[in-house]
Design a protein around this ligand. Structure first.
Ligand code: ADP
Ligand code: MG
Length: 261
């Protein structure tokens, strides 16, 4: 995995699939609180265009809250977030959500709509595309995640892995510059996890900027350009996979790895 603009490892990129143009993020001194509870404390990190950042850390350390700040499902108390150099904090939420997509643990699909309709909805409602155009893009997006043949199925007739692919197709259809993934394989049966992780690795290789909160340490080691370790609302350590997993510096990261690996 190499950032856009650097020399890509072409052998690993499917030439039949288009490259994405990922955007960069610069997060500085982010504070966020739920009432009196300070959940993010001066969180800073840089995400290069076209790179994959994995965020690891114990439950309750603020990982989901960080992602929620990045597409303003919650508002930070202080600090700044730049997307390609422009602050997102004054952007219209609609504009922001076109540019920064999110995929959740529990898919969040509409159960009474087909896969195709689920992907089309945001295109019609947020991008205001005409239905015919939305359908064309949604079909292409479902084909891109390997679900062309399932487009008329409702979520209830799809496996968890397929539902998560629909959710990823829905994010991709918006042509975002960044996609945020919050423990997207945690609710899946074990045999379905690999397919979704392989799809995510593929998106990363194709140049999508991704911030991935995950418990899948194998994925983080293999796919991430940088790994962020969070604990108690702070970024405790940042580094390459080998720096984080083979040479952890802080006692907290060492303890965390001893528990999860
Ligand atoms: P993680 O994703 O790392 O498990 P979260 O960002 O979900 O951590 O949570 C960080 C802290 O914020 C935890 O102490 C959690 O209990 C608290 N928290 C999360 N969401 C809310 C909320 N909506 N209201 C109040 N507290 C919350
Ligand atoms: Mg979480």
């Amino acid at each position: 995995q190499t950032p856009v603009g650097a020399e890509p490892d072409r052998a690993r990129i499917d030439p039949a699939k288009p490259r994405f143009t990922g955007g960069s993020l610069a997060i500085s001194e982010l504070d966020m609180a739920y009432g009196d509870l300070n959940v993010l404390k001066k969180v800073s990190l840089e995400v290069k265009a076209g790179s994959v950042t994995c965020v690891i850390g114990p439950s309750g350390s603020g990982k989901s809250t960080l992602l929620r700040c990045l597409n303003r499902l919650v508002e930070p108390k202080a600090g700044n977030i730049l997307l390609d150099g422009t602050t997102i904090l004054t952007m219209k939420p609609e504009t922001l959500r076109r540019r920064v997509g999110m995929v959740f643990q529990h898919f969040n699909l509409f159960p009474d709509h087909t896969a195709l309709e689920n992907v089309m909805l945001a295109l019609v409602r947020i991008k205001h595309l005409p239905k015919r155009e939305a359908r064309r893009i949604a079909e292409a997006s479902l084909a891109d995640v390997g679900l062309a043949s399932r487009k008329d199925h409702r979520p209830g007739r799809l496996s968890g892995g397929q539902q998560q692919r629909v959710a990823i197709a829905r994010a991709l259809a918006m042509e975002p510059e960044v996609i945020l993934f919050d423990e997207v394989t945690s609710a899946l049966d074990p045999e379905l996890v690999k397919g979704v992780l392989d799809l995510m690795a593929d998106l990363g290789r194709r140049g999508m900027t991704m911030v991935v909160v995950t418990h899948e340490m194998g994925f983080a080691r293999k796919v991430a350009d940088q790994v962020i370790f969070m604990d108690e609302g702070r970024v405790v350590e940042t580094g390459s996979p080998s720096e984080i997993f083979d040479n952890p510096k802080s006692p907290r990261l060492k303890r965390f790895l001893a528990e999860v690996l």
